[in-house]
Design a protein. Structure first.
Length: 82
């Protein structure tokens, strides 16, 4: 996750009025991890975590470089990897 994506994360987090600690709690990680995501110091390669981050920040997954998911018959609603 580069600095550009980090800016997207920070912008979305601030727009929701969330602290890094609040986002971290919802992602089950530390506030320092969220900080490293935002600064681009820690790459984020886990697709499930990226989708969860998009959900927590109420943004489209494509803003984090992920392909938008479409529901298919038999998919579990809300599970992008179903």
């Amino acid at each position: 996750m580069g600095a550009d994506l980090g800016r997207v994360v920070r912008s979305a987090r601030v727009a929701l009025g969330l602290t890094q600690a609040q986002v971290a709690s919802r992602l089950h990680c530390s506030a320092s991890t969220v900080s490293r995501f935002q600064t681009g110091k820690q790459p984020l390669r886990d697709m499930r975590l990226l989708h969860e981050l998009a959900r927590v920040l109420e943004i489209s997954p494509d803003r984090l470089g992920l392909a938008a998911t479409k529901a298919r018959a038999g998919d579990v609603a809300g599970d992008p990897l179903a």
